[in-house]
Write a protein that binds this ligand. Structure first.
Ligand code: PMP
Length: 359
């Protein structure tokens, strides 16, 4: 069975070696006589898996000791409620709205307190990152919420101003793609299904002093403190997804960590954007280079029929899930950590041929 290059925005490609290890360990993990899927989450074997996964993630991201790493469920979308429920001590927060997930996060937070949308790029369908300066944010907000990478629109916040209030960010579609100074943030969250592992796992990295302030109405399962106190084992965690996450952390370490993956990601993104910027047929939907995402490259021909034709032509060549999100149209190539450079080179060559054929 030939594998395709999968440009899906998530769930997305996994490193082949990770899938092979999962296959090899499918029926019996490390001599246990059972699959990790069948294993009690309270067993010695499983405790070792979750502990090593956390340790490797801490090493890769340089997570300081005064931060907890939580392995939760409910997707990044559940964080839209969990963040305000746990962090809105005085009932007000600032939100930066750079995409539809950011907007959903702000809308959800409004159920629990006063939300100020400090900056937004909704006026141009989120195709840019609004200019932001420190003085735009209130110093006494309980937190400032941002979305580091906007999966649908192909934008990334590169330079966020220094602010006094606690920073919270949704890193679902860029976590572990490049080095990050975790200490700048009070809380980082990410759905796993792009750079971390299979869907069903959500990772939360939270500074310890932010625990213990949940609103009284907070459901037990949505209280960070409960999960932190129980080592993400208050109830059954997404055990198999955490195991695969552990394999991905091992893979990242084996190739040279986030510094090496950043080098590879930059190279992949540059290949695509450089081609787009000189193409007479295709153009990137994000004009400002400094706002462009290294993970999700969005582009169009300007003709919806031609876009559909290109998506079909790419599929013929084994390049799948390249259709853009319906709110942007056109194409989106999600080139997360596990996408090899060969996949991007092939995409560029298919685009070149398509351009020749449609002069
Ligand atoms: N935030 C971002 C940036 C996303 O890309 C997504 C979609 N994958 C979400 C939030 C929602 O994530 P989930 O489907 O895990 O709830």
């Amino acid at each position: 069975m030939e594998r395709v290059y999968n440009f899906s925005a998530g769930p997305s490609m996994m490193p082949e070696s990770v899938l092979e290890t999962a296959r090899d360990e499918m029926l019996s993990y490390a001599g246990s006589g059972m699959s990790v899927m069948e294993m009690s989450h309270r067993s010695k074997e499983y405790e070792a898996i979750i502990a090593k996964t956390e340790e490797d993630m801490r090493v890769l991201m340089g997570i300081p000791e005064n931060y907890k790493v939580l392995f939760l469920q409910g997707g990044a979308s559940t964080q839209f409620a969990m963040v305000p429920l746990n962090l809105m001590k005085t009932g007000k927060a600032d939100y930066v709205v750079t995409g539809s997930f950011a907007k959903k996060a702000a809308e959800e937070a409004k159920k629990y307190g006063k939300v100020t949308v400090v900056a937004s790029s909704a006026d141009q369908n989120f195709s840019y990152i609004p200019k932001m300066t420190s003085d735009m944010f209130s110093e006494d907000a309980d937190y400032i919420h941002t979305t580091t990478n906007n999966t649908i629109y192909g934008t990334t916040i590169r330079n966020f101003p220094q602010t006094k209030a606690t920073l919270v960010t949704d890193m679902s579609s860029c976590i572990l793609s490049e080095p990050v100074d975790v200490s700048r943030y009070g809380l980082i969250y990410a759905g796993a299904q792009k750079n971390i592992g299979p869907a069903g796992l959500t990772v939360v990295i939270i500074r310890e002093d932010l625990l213990g302030n949940a609103m009284d109405i907070t459901p037990t399962m949505l209280n960070y403190e409960i999960h932190a106190k129980n080592g993400s084992m208050y109830n059954t965690p997404p055990a198999y997804s955490i195991y695969i996450c552990g394999l991905i952390m091992k893979w990242l370490i084996s190739i040279g960590g986030v510094e090496e993956i950043e080098r590879r990601n930059k190279e992949k993104a540059a290949l695509l954007y450089d081609y787009l910027d000189q193409s007479k047929l295709f153009r990137a939907t994000v004009p400002a280079k400094e706002d462009r995402s290294m993970m999700n490259v969005t582009f169009v021909t300007g003709d919806a029929d031609l876009d559909a034709k290109f998506v079909a032509a790419a599929k013929e060549q084994g390049l799948v899930s390249i259709k853009g999100h319906r709110s942007v149209g056109g194409m989106r190539a999600s080139i997360y950590n596990a996408m090899p450079i060969e996949g991007v080179k092939k995409l560029v060559s298919v685009m070149e041929q398509f351009e020749k054929d449609h002069k």
